[in-house]
Design a binder for this molecule. Structure first.
Ligand SMILES: *[C@@H]1O[C@H](CO)[C@@H](O)[C@H](O)[C@H]1NC(C)=O
Ligand SMILES: *[C@@H]1O[C@H](CO)[C@@H](O)[C@H](O)[C@H]1NC(C)=O
Ligand SMILES: *[C@@H]1O[C@H](CO)[C@@H](O)[C@H](O)[C@H]1NC(C)=O
Ligand SMILES: *[C@@H]1O[C@H](CO)[C@@H](O)[C@H](O)[C@H]1NC(C)=O
Ligand SMILES: *[C@@H]1O[C@H](CO)[C@@H](O)[C@H](O)[C@H]1NC(C)=O
Length: 348
């Protein structure tokens, strides 16, 4: 009898031990809240990789636990639609195997607005006139609105020259922000996070976005000065060159054609004779002309007094022109021709 009882008791003990160990609890139970959603996740029990379990997850409101995911094989349960943002909750999950259940694995008490993480905002960059604009879009929330829950929302903007380690930071409340004082035609990269919960919490940072800053439309003052100086110098040099060109061509003409008014016979004479006999030769020629006048006066004597006077007059003129024949050679020859015409008239 005693042995039978002991056998039974051993069997009962073994049975109890198998029962308690038969359904192990889920492992690595974690609660995550992103963008005000609420998800409970877990791993299957240890050393049971070949076995399939069911799981039940519940949420405890102010009154009692309520099942949300019942007998499901999924390793996660989404509570987003079964909680409010500011309420206080507990979550719990257990393993189920052929009607048997494990113990509950319970989370601590929490409120969604206190634990939630915010994902990265969307960022678009555009650049014009030497400035780059960062356009930020809030990440979409799973429930409610970001600004309904976290009233002062601002943005932490980091930007840097591509390839450089030093990053500059800006905090702004507007979702369109100009990055000023960027160098033109340089690649800049930007990443942005949302600051919320009175700037105590930072969202995930957006993926790095890069843009080439546009060339500045404003002309630098030193560039204007240089352009003005260069154009002034160009104008100055041009004027000087034109003046020199005109001057030298004038001088050249004077050298090639020293006295274009010189009569042909004189030129011939000049080419044949050296300078000092020229003057004497000219004086001789004037004296010859004077002799010729005397002859003319002789002709006019039988006619009227007036004609005689004019003839005398032209004679004196001729005498004068003859005197400075070196300078007014052509004039002289003209006058000579007129006098010869007059002479012809007088002859009539
Ligand atoms: C629980 O998480 C740890 C670390 O992530 C991992 O090493 C372990 O394998 C997980 N447990 C199960 C049962 O998957
Ligand atoms: C799982 O198996 C390893 C050896 O394979 C053992 O050391 C460990 O105690 C087991 N864990 C459980 C919970 O049974
Ligand atoms: C949880 O939310 C889902 C979807 O809105 C709903 O069908 C279900 O009844 C809710 N469960 C509880 C316990 O409130
Ligand atoms: C899991 O649940 C389904 C449906 O409720 C059931 O058919 C299956 O037998 C369960 N699996 C285990 C291991 O309990
Ligand atoms: C950031 O980049 C990763 C990998 O390139 C991509 O999977 C992810 O969707 C990106 N995130 C955003 C917000 O664009």
């Amino acid at each position: 009898m005693k042995t039978v009882f002991s056998c039974l008791s051993v069997a009962a003990l073994f049975y109890i031990a198998v029962l308690t160990e038969s359904v192990p609890i889920p492992e690595n139970v974690t609660m995550t809240s992103l963008d005000m959603g609420l998800v409970l996740e877990w791993d299957p029990p240890q050393n049971t990789t070949n076995q399939l379990f069911n799981y039940t997850a519940e949420v405890k409101t102010w009154r009692d636990y309520e099942p949300v995911c019942v007998g499901s094989s999924s390793l996660r349960c989404d509570f987003t639609n079964n909680v409010t943002t500011f309420g206080l909750y507990h979550l719990r999950v257990r393993t189920e195997l052929h009607g048997e259940t494990s113990d509950w694995v319970e989370t601590g008490e929490f409120a969604v607005d206190k634990i939630t993480e915010i994902s990265a905002p969307r960022v678009e960059l555009s650049s014009r006139k030497g400035q780059t604009e960062v356009d930020i879009t809030d990440p979409p929330m799973r429930s409610r609105n970001l600004r309904d829950v976290f009233t002062p929302v601002s943005y932490l903007i980091r930007f840097w020259k591509e390839g450089e380690a030093k990053k500059e930071e800006l905090i702004r409340e507007q979702n369109r922000v100009m990055l000023l004082d960027l160098e033109p035609l340089v690649n800049y990269c930007v990443e942005v996070a949302v600051l919320y919960s009175y700037n105590k919490k930072t969202s995930q940072f957006s993926n790095m976005t890069c843009v080439t800053n546009s060339p500045s439309s404003e002309v630098e003052p030193w560039l204007i000065a240089v352009v003005l100086l260069v154009s002034f110098l160009v104008v100055l040099v041009t004027v000087v060159l034109i003046f020199l060109a005109v001057w030298y061509s004038y001088e050249g003409c004077k050298m090639i054609f020293p006295n274009p008014k010189l009569p042909d016979n004189l030129k011939q004479f000049l080419s044949q004779q050296s300078q000092s006999p020229i003057l004497s030769a000219m004086q001789e020629s004037t004296q010859l002309k004077e002799h010729f006048h005397e002859l003319r006066i002789f002709h006019t004597e039988p006619d009227t007094q007036q004609k005689d006077g004019s003839a005398v007059h032209t004679g004196t003129d001729e005498c004068c022109t003859g005197a400075d024949v070196t300078q007014r050679g052509e004039e002289k020859s003209e006058t000579a021709s007129t006098t010869s015409e007059e002479q012809h008239l007088l002859a009539e």
